[in-house]
Design a protein around this ligand. Structure first.
Ligand SMILES: *Cc1c(COP(=O)(O)O)cnc(C)c1O
Length: 409
């Protein structure tokens, strides 16, 4: 045990549960040694009753806070009626959900899926078919341009999109048709466009990549290049969307950057249930014919009820404005911390990264120290401590969080 861990011993009860999990589960995560049993709003509680401020929000899937009453009510009511029918039939929740989603997202049509990885998969399939049918790209040759250090999910396609050796290593052969360029490099993007290019896929802020914020004007420059070359802009808003960055969608930070295809997930499930979607115009989406794509669980009545409530909470409680205000408060507090352990503080809204100096070691021990002070967060990449609490966080909680961060940093 290192010095940080000695601050409080893990109880026998937690140790037993961790041991059981490690014995019967695959070791594909490296979780902090805490066993959670309850949650409400911004707070989590472990099996021994210790409380923690949740500063990860399930990688931004709990923007509405844990067990938001409105989302819980939607779940309970829908469970009393109908939960799964498949898309072989219509159900009475799908239409209202899709209409609301399109209206909130400012897009014409949506294709519902479950996880984020599936939404991105949907977007890439759509772009390829569009490329063959509308742009006349030679069959089997379509190229999608993507950015170094991106994250679009963990499937073989997600791995193929990734530039990261760690994600590739041992999982090849990867799928062809993806071209990598440095993130936020417009010249590299223009140079990578060929007659086979059908789309460019971006995250408007790279989340898993270490909260990398591109320079102002980047998304607009991507949009302009896509227009000029007749290719699609795919905007992955799975982590940055639904209020996280202080705008409803991150691309709203720059006017005139409406994507051709947008993916949404994570917080669309209201912290309950996986709900995702790929959105596009009628014109683009019309290349999909019955049988081209689908999902057994996609668009099921329970998912639609959850998704509708999740959107209502974000919009009606104006969590986007709170994200902006609380994000500014957090950022101002962080910038005022004078510590040679901090290389940089960056982010937007309540998606904030603190880059820890290599000389101070990796970010993980800082996460462990914060855990002992009642703050749960997780590093992304070795050196970046990510802060992404539920968007319902208030000023007192931000100030308390800053106290804990000051003590640890
Ligand atoms: C989390 C994430 C995904 C993948 O979502 P899953 O639900 O884990 O499959 C895709 N893109 C981005 C930008 C993400 O942050």
């Amino acid at each position: 045990m290192n010095a940080v861990m000695e601050e409080h011993a893990i109880s026998d009860r937690q140790q037993r549960i961790i041991h059981q999990t490690e014995t019967f589960g695959a070791h594909n995560y490296g979780p902090l040694p805490v066993v959670l049993a309850r949650g409400e709003g911004c707070w989590l509680e472990d099996v021994d009753g210790r409380r923690y401020l949740d500063c990860l929000a399930a990688y931004s899937a709990v923007n509405q806070g844990h067990r938001h009453p409105r989302v819980m009510r939607a779940v309970a009511e829908q469970c009393e009626r109908l939960t799964l029918t498949s898309r072989a039939f219509h159900n009475d929740r799908l239409g209202p959900f899709l209409e609301k989603l399109c209206q909130v997202a400012g897009m014409e049509v949506a294709l519902p899926m479950n996880t984020g990885a599936e939404a991105v998969e949907t977007a890439v399939k759509l772009a390829r078919k569009w490329g063959y049918e509308r742009k006349g790209v030679a069959r089997g040759k379509a190229e999608v341009i993507c950015c170094d250090r991106n994250f679009h999910g963990r499937t073989i396609m997600g791995v193929s999109l990734s530039s990261d050796d760690h994600y590739h290593h041992d999982f090849g052969p990867v799928a062809p048709g993806f071209v990598h360029i440095p993130f936020a490099d417009i010249d590299a993007l223009e140079a990578a466009i060929t007659e086979h290019t059908v789309a460019v896929l971006i995250e408007p802020i790279q989340g898993e990549g270490g909260i990398v914020v591109p320079p102002d004007g980047y998304v607009r420059a991507v949009r302009e290049l896509c227009d000029r070359h007749g290719i699609l802009m795919i905007d992955d808003e799975i982590q940055t969307g639904l209020g996280r960055t202080g705008d409803l969608f991150c691309h709203h930070h720059e006017a005139g950057t409406e994507p051709d295809i947008m993916t949404v997930g994570k917080a669309l499930g209201g912290g309950v249930y996986p709900v995702s979607a790929a959105l596009a115009s009628h014109d683009i989406m019309s290349v999909f014919q019955p049988g081209d794509h689908g999902s057994t669980f996609g668009g099921n009545p329970l998912a639609c009820a959850v998704g509708e409530a999740a959107l209502d909470v974000i919009v009606e409680e104006d969590l986007t404005a709170n994200s902006r205000a609380m994000g500014e408060r957090l950022m101002a507090g962080l910038k005022a911390i004078d510590s040679d352990r901090i290389v940089e503080v960056r982010g937007r809204g309540l998606l904030v990264g603190i880059e820890i100096d290599q000389a101070a070691g990796p970010a993980r021990p800082f996460c462990e120290a914060l855990m002992h002070r009642g703050v749960l967060c997780k590093e992304t990449r070795e050196q970046v401590l990510r802060l992404a609490p539920p968007l319902v966080i208030d000023a007192d909680q931000i100030d308390w969080l800053l106290d804990q961060l000051r003590a640890v940093l």
